[in-house]
Write a protein that binds this ligand. Structure first.
Ligand code: HEC
Length: 106
């Protein structure tokens, strides 16, 4: 319970700083909620989901993904791509999620 309160407080603090540009930390929180189930905590695909969707889910840390423009990555999130549907339930800004995606680069 205490942890939840601290997490909620830090989210408020983070959303304040997001006004100054994309916030990878806030992006990670949104990613953990909306993307992790399929893309794993570090961008390595969940094989069970790939199998279920009969899709090849790319490694998000890979050059194939990291070389894409922020606009293209954002479009994948908001409009979907191939077998990935648009992520309508995203909490927070897709710009922050894109900033987080770049932190996965190896
Ligand atoms: C239900 C599972 C699912 C969820 C949830 C999901 N994805 Fe995906 N994602 C996929 C699949 C499947 C692909 C492969 C699409 C294809 O190539 O057909 C993919 C591909 C991608 C790609 C690579 C696109 C490319 O150019 O090849 C990116 C980037 C991506 N997802 C980001 C995200 C982000 C960020 C989120 C959360 C906001 C997210 N995904 C949520 C299933 C998911």
């Amino acid at each position: 319970m205490k942890f939840v309160a601290i997490a909620a407080l830090s989210l408020v603090a983070l959303s304040g700083s997001a006004a100054f540009g994309a916030d990878a930390k806030a992006g990670q929180a949104a990613y953990d909620k909306s993307c992790k189930g399929c893309h794993g905590a570090t961008g390595s695909p969940n094989p069970a989901v790939a199998k279920m969707l009969s899709a090849t889910i790319p490694e998000l840390s890979s050059p194939a993904v990291q070389s894409q423009s922020d606009a293209d990555l954002k479009k994948t999130i908001t409009e979907g791509k191939g077998k990935m549907k648009p992520i309508k339930s995203l909490t927070g800004s897709p710009d922050d999620v894109v900033a987080f995606l770049h932190t996965l680069k190896k």
